[in-house]
Ligand binder design. Structure first.
Ligand code: S3P
Length: 434
């Protein structure tokens, strides 16, 4: 589906962006692992999170929609049922990498996971290797890609330093660690910590120490069961980021985004934008905080002049999904914007270094790829044109925002990709544009 986004005169108003995708995946999974029913309020209804609901149902959980909430009745930690066919994760990398943590300790059971074309290009060796060390059996296509099969076993605890800064890998190992004497995951730099927070909330024995460079040592031990009653999912800072960028780029704009999650491990993009001179008013959670709650705030954005900036490797995991937007904003800023230490972008839903660079160039941007990032020379704006979403939701949304802020508008080829995280983007923007 091709959708045209014309230059906006200005964007004004208030709205609540869609609910958090990362937290919705985790809430459904952890609810399925809990012994008592769990109410999930404001669960995200999008393609990716539907894949997770289908997966937990296949594994024996009952999911009941009730007004604007879901009730999940799981069978407990050790009761995942073997499904008749493969578990299809669709486009959801988070489901693909977190679910095996739970499946790996279903003693004697085997589970095969597969997904769409994009998922089949995304590496799973990063979870297979440590899960094997814990005792699970894993077979993957070419040793590292889906489809892959997990053979559950009694697990032993490990101490594991993440070779890539990945919240998905960390989360997988923490879930697997729930049946071990002690499992420790070392993350050299901080990554999103929603799994730790939810596990803490579910009374699991999880603790965390801060190490140098702001990284963490996270410890987890055996839990008999998980106890949770209700989870409230905040609005997604990664989806909000598209509206924040639009508000910062379209002149005369003033937006208030309500109820957005401002967990410090997720708001790197807001900090980068502030450094570029954007006016983004909000009460962000102080860096280093850790509690069982997810902080929430309203975010007030206004258009203003912008300057280029450099994004360092430690900041990358805190803004990983928003780095394409940093490139877009860089096109409108004065001077150079450089992102480095972000090689992980190459193994996202698309190779986001290649697709962002090609996409922005096709709209008139002066952008160059680096092996682990990009350099953008700001030219004060973008002409517009056509951008192919390459099946990647964040690229489709990037094209849409580029259109609103461009001189001539942008036609996004494959806008349906946005359904993965933000199905009603076009309607939200139409409302804000009046
Ligand atoms: C996610 C973690 C990040 C992010 C992805 C969601 C999560 O991936 O890019 O969109 O929910 O844990 P990595 O952990 O692979 O960096």
């Amino acid at each position: 589906m091709n959708v045209r986004f014309d230059p906006a005169y200005r964007l004004r108003g208030r709205l609540r962006p869609p609910s958090d995708k990362s937290i919705s995946h985790r809430a459904a999974l952890i609810a399925a692992m809990a012994s008592e029913p769990v109410q999930i309020r404001n669960h995200l209804d999008a393609q990716d999170t539907r894949s997770t609901l289908t997966a937990i149902q296949q594994l024996g959980a009952v999911v009941e929609p009730r007004d604007d909430e879901l009730v999940v009745r799981g069978g407990g930690l050790r009761n995942a049922n073997m499904p008749t066919g493969a578990i299809h994760v669709g486009n959801a990398g988070t489901l693909m990498r977190l679910l095996p943590g739970w499946l790996s300790f279903q003693i004697g059971a085997s589970f095969t996971l597969d997904g769409d074309e994009s998922i089949r290009r995304r590496p799973v060796d990063r979870i297979a290797e440590p899960l094997r060390r814990m005792g699970a059996g894993i077979e993957a296509r070419d040793g590292r890609f889906p489809p892959f099969t997990i053979h559950g076993a009694a697990l032993q605890g490990i101490e594991y330093e993440l070779p890539v800064a990945s919240a998905q890998v960390k989360s997988c190992l923490l879930l697997a660690g729930l049946t071990t004497d002690a499992t420790t995951v070392l993350e050299p730099v901080a990554t999103r910590d929603h799994t730790e927070r939810l596990l803490l909330r579910a009374r699991a024995p999880v603790s965390r120490q801060t190490i140098k460079n702001g990284g963490h040592r996270i410890m987890i031990r055996n839990a008999d069961e998980l106890e949770l009653d209700a989870i409230d999912v905040p609005a997604d800072p990664s989806s909000a980021a598209f509206l924040i960028a639009a508000g910062a780029l379209v002149s005369g704009s003033r937006l208030v985004l309500e109820g957005v999650g401002v967990n410090w491990t997720r708001v790197g993009f807001i900090r980068i934008l502030e450094r570029m001179g954007a006016i983004v008013l909000s009460e962000l959670e102080p860096e280093g905080s850790f509690s069982e709650w997810e902080p929430v705030a309203d975010i007030d954005v206004r258009h203003g002049p912008l300057e280029g900036t450099a994004v360092s490797a430690e900041e990358v995991p805190l803004a990983i999904d928003e780095l394409p937007l940093v490139a877009l904003v860089g096109c409108f800023a004065q001077g150079e914007t450089v992102v480095s230490g972000a090689g992980e972008l190459r193994v996202k839903e698309s190779d986001r270094i290649a697709t962002v660079v090609d996409g922005l160039r096709s709209l008139g941007g002066d952008v160059e790829a680096l092996p682990d990032g990009f350099v953008v020379r700001g030219t004060g704006g973008l002409r517009g044109g056509r951008l192919d979403a390459a099946g990647d939701h964040r690229l489709a949304l990037l094209g849409a925002v580029a259109g609103l802020a461009s001189a001539e508008g942008v036609e996004v080829v494959g806008m349906e990709a946005a359904d993965v995280s933000y199905p009603r983007f076009a309607e939200d923007v139409a409302r804000l544009a009046g």
